[in-house]
Design a protein around this ligand. Structure first.
Ligand SMILES: NC(=O)c1ccc[n+]([C@@H]2O[C@H](COP(=O)([O-])OP(=O)(O)OC[C@H]3O[C@@H](n4cnc5c(N)ncnc54)[C@H](OP(=O)(O)O)[C@@H]3O)[C@@H](O)[C@H]2O)c1
Length: 297
């Protein structure tokens, strides 16, 4: 099966790189062409436009920033939907609202092709190692068709319901984590006077219910951040979490649900972004809060 992959950002590049490594015939496209170069060096073909990518692939995967990026890549000039797509399957993996995936499915179906949504949990390392968590929405028949490839990218794939169900699940899963980075900063502010070594602190939290799973993976980067060394490269940045929180709040409003803690968390992230941390890694949210709280008397 020929695989096309649009969006060579942090996640897309890691996933497409893995598929190339596993021996798939992969064609990539990215708005900023230079980001496709490492994939070309690894053996991928590079399409000049999304339409060309779609025309020469059987399965087309996309992981892009947000709704605007999806619109531009699918519906823009020489977009994916302008390719020869009849009978083809699209897998949309961005973190967006479920209605975005449902609307996209209508446009894709109108051209005789099919869509499933499969946003993912996990960051760049798991993407490279095939250890993501895939949350899938779509019809059984299309999910089955994509499953062999999804299984090579994910350690677990859960079919959550019809189109858009994956997006709902992904937003729900990211919600507590988005709040956590701020909450952990507040927790550490309380025990800062103890002067414990950051690695020791994170080890203690990881062993208790005060620490989520992510501390096992992101703990060392957070310990470095607490020592004043910002993570490089960045895996998931503060502006992306702001985008996720805004999306969760929009989805909550559409469902008639108030999400008060998420709203407050977004205000904290907005402030961090105003203070120049938008492009910084998520763990800097925690580290900068501890630092800042130490200055408040
Ligand atoms: N990073 C993570 O840990 C992580 C984990 C799970 C899910 N996600 C989700 O996965 C998605 C991608 O995240 P990422 O971290 O890989 O982001 P990223 O590194 O910032 O990459 C974003 C991608 O979207 C493309 N893009 C943005 N605006 C566009 C537009 N108007 N037209 C065409 N392409 C456009 C970018 O192209 P250019 O290179 O040209 O800018 C790039 O390929 C997001 O929805 C994010 O929430 C991220």
């Amino acid at each position: 099966m020929k695989i096309g992959f649009a969006g060579m950002g942090r996640m897309g590049a890691a996933m497409a790189g893995r598929l190339v490594k596993l021996g798939h015939e992969v064609t990539v496209w990215n708005r900023t062409t230079a980001k496709s170069r490492p994939l070309a060096d690894a053996g991928a073909m590079v399409a000049a436009t999304p339409a060309e990518l779609a025309s020469q692939s059987d399965l087309i995967m996309t992981i892009l920033t947000d709704t605007e990026a999806i619109d531009a890549t699918y519906r823009g000039k020489s977009g994916l939907l302008e390719g020869a797509v009849i009978g083809k399957l699209f897998v949309e993996m961005s973190t967006v609202r479920p209605e975005v995936e449902r609307n996209l499915a209508k446009s894709i179906n109108a051209r005789g092709a099919f869509l499933i949504d499969c946003p993912v949990g996990g960051t760049v390392g798991p993407a490279r190692d095939g250890k993501l968590l895939g949350f899938v929405g779509g019809a059984d028949i299309h999910v089955e068709r994509a499953k062999p490839v999804l299984d090579q990218l994910c350690r677990r794939v859960d079919h959550c319901g019809p189109i858009g169900a994956g997006a709902s699940m992904k937003l729900a899963i990211n919600l507590p984590l988005s709040i956590y980075w701020q909450a952990f900063g507040e927790a550490l502010a309380l025990c800062k006077p103890l002067g414990l070594d950051p690695s020791k602190l994170i080890e203690i939290f990881s062993e208790t219910s005060g620490g989520p799973n992510t501390l096992k993976v992101r703990g060392p980067a957070l310990a470095d951040a607490l020592r004043g060394k910002a993570p490089d490269p960045v895996t998931f940045d503060i502006d992306s979490i702001r985008k996720d929180l805004r999306t969760m709040l929009e989805e909550g409003r559409a469902l008639g649900r108030d999400l008060p803690v998420s709203a407050k968390a977004l205000a904290c992230y907005d402030e961090a972004s105003r203070n120049g941390l938008g492009a910084a890694d998520a763990v800097m949210m925690t580290a900068s809060f501890v630092e800042q709280s130490a200055r408040v008397k």
